[in-house]
Design a protein around this ligand. Sequence first.
Ligand code: 0A1
Ligand code: ZN
Length: 871
Amino acid sequence: MRTETPPLIRLEEYRPSDYLIDRVDLDIRLDPHAARIDATLALRPNPAGVAGAPLNLDGDDLRLVSAALDGAPLSPDAYTVSPAGLSLLTPPRQPFSLRLVTEIDPTANTKLMGLYRSNGVYCTQCEADGFRRITYFLDRPDVMAVYTTRIEADRTEAPVLLGNGNRIEAGPVGADRHFAVWHDPHPKPAYLFALVGGRLGKVETQFTTAEGRAVTCAVYVEPGKESRADYALDAVIRSMQWDETAFGRAYDLDVFNVVAVSDFNMGAMENKGLNIFNDKYVLASPETATDGDYAAIEAIIAHEYFHNWSGNRVTCRDWFQLCLKEGLTVFRDQEFSSDMRSRPVHRIAEVRSLRARQFPEDAGPLRHPVRPRAYAEINNFYTATVYDKGAEIVRMLRTLIGAPAFRAGMDRYFADNDGRAATVEDFLAAFTAVTGRDLTDFARWYERPGTPRLSVTGRYDPQAARYTLRLAQSLPGEGGQDGAPLVIPVALGLVGSAGPLEAATSAQVREGVFVLDRSEAEIVFGGVTEEPVPSVLRDFSAPVRLDLALTDAQRMRLLAQDSDPFNRWQAAQDVALRLILKPDAGRMEAFAEALGRFLDGEALADPAFAALVLALPSEGEAADALPADVDPDAIHQARVALRADLGRSLRPRLERIDAALAPVPGAPYSPDAASAGRRALRNAALDLIAAGDPAAGAAWAAERLAGATNMTDRLAALATLALIPGETREAALADFAARYADEPLVLDKWFAIQAQIPEAGTLERITRLQDHPAFTLTNPNRVRALIGSFAFGNPTQFARPDGAGFACVARTVAALDPTNPQVAARLLTAFGSWRRLEKSRSAKAAEMLNGIKAIRGLSRDTADILARTLE
Ligand code: 0A1
Ligand code: ZN
């Protein structure tokens, strides 16, 4: 039997549930192999559903122990049980109660969905459909209930027992066991249910909300690692404060708990009052975490916390609306991070990540609308498109209607939908209500897959002192025809030889934003007395690909003179990208000179920004810019050559930067954005010096490594060294491994650096590392660090012409699929751009994909990604 293409669930087929569940009472006895769940569900027919319909409860991998209806055991002919669930054939027409006892094995739960054990800690993951692995249920987000959960466990095995909401009772059970009862007054869908039981240490503090509620906030971690939880706890408090001031949202329970676990499929989960985190996004100390880790912890803590309103208080009607909570919450966490750090620097980071992950997704076989119309496996739709393009849509909405109206619309959205399961239409309706604006055309952003192209040309008429910009959009729709135009906010302006120009415009440009809502439009600027350079798509005002032919000199004027930091950075990127795609010694020299002037002028004034200017477009971005026939080796070599040239040309400046930014001896490490920016620039300088002079670079990096006083500098030096083959590198890698042998999260960095070495020997190195005692397929972080970094971060070796790189990843997908299909399927998405590779490589990729296809009994997750990738 071959794995069949899994059946599709369609948005248009949505209908309300025939039954609702008002209350859920759970009595859960934790046990390593036989956890017992005694669930009492208060059910009633849904007036919006079909009267008298059978009640079909979802279930997955459950053992039913007993079932009773309104207190009486269910007779065997009243229900059926299948691998997909339990059906009550003729349920009562009035409210009724169903008591179901199930048994599950948390230790054998390798999928990490439902109730499982991570390093001996009991924890849960229920989004999207994990609750059905705990008990039979209407496991859909529009069924919202009030939960009371009694958790009982062995006292030594699980001294800490946590649930959703507030703890209302706790006490001993006999000599060895104990219990806690948690009550969550806020109705919620099952995907937000959570519990935790284990030996955990904690840090905690109090926060008083604007409404005067005293909240105990705690972060739970592996005992002994408490000090590494301080930064996460601080981020919790800052998130709470920020959501009150920025969005008027206050916290609504007496406790807010965060728990870090080491085996987790994703980043973290916003369970009501009990966020569960991948420990990678909680634990931080200067010795084990980089500046990037600190920033990610801050962002993800904020993201999960902000879900308390955008996701939990207002949830999704169905999984097609996933972007309603995810896009909005990403937008919110981005705003938070921008306020905590440098806004322009953060915007650039957001766009880099969008281009690295979302643009290729939207250009390949896994593309889908921000609100998909159909899915086979919802767990495969936690994508860059839903999250990051979803956030860009919210950002565009704010740009279109302005910040005050946006805030009013958000207030309206929360007020109108509090306690409800909402849709994208409900979201847009709130903004229409406060602005009177019809957003039907704007809503096309949710429906149309693909990245639109925005083509802009400029014409200067010196006689008339007039500058004309012509803008045209295109997005091939279904069947290749252009669909209806999108509403694209285009922030723009003109830059003269001495800086930004003020000019009267023919068309409506409000606060620097022109709204392109037709397929093309023209803007005429009057009173322009010198030929300007257009600065278009400032602050990346829309998620589009901009075609604007400028000369290098014009771009360098933007770098030097534009008022928009994003476009200053973009200008340097554009020149560098063209140099990678089409090397040219003369242009390279001019570019180096311009960069030099930029560095002299202001590198030390804004080091974080300067570091981003020095970070050239990635190999992936270069590949993405090519129409087809991608040869990763050619791109790699061109990029290496450009970096080497720049490193040599800029060397004196880079050395000056290095010296100027050297840390004060003995100064304590601080993860704040300004300090991080200085480290980023200094390390970028060293990396570029090494690119130009590998021998000196290796020695310098080794020295830096030896003297490093924090993980940021240590890892940056190791990453620089990793690109320079030789004894120094191998010794440094060995030394690093020995030093952090007991630190799995640090060893992940070590795995990742080695997996990304762009050399033919890397595959063999990976084979060796798979046998390293710290590596295991059962921990998703380890898999992502070693195999994920290779598949997503090493384009030349993953796409080796002999197919061996593809084979390595395919083998891991196959090995992992039976135990953890979610992580296996995500790894498989690395093949997403395979058709764009030049022929010999794409043929090898096809071979590997077909090899996976031939495997019997593939999971739905993997089969779905595979079918779409091969489509
Ligand atoms: N809602 C979470 C993401 C998430 C989704 C699925 C999971 O199951 C494995 C876990 C987490 C977020 O946006 O952070
Ligand atoms: Zn989220």
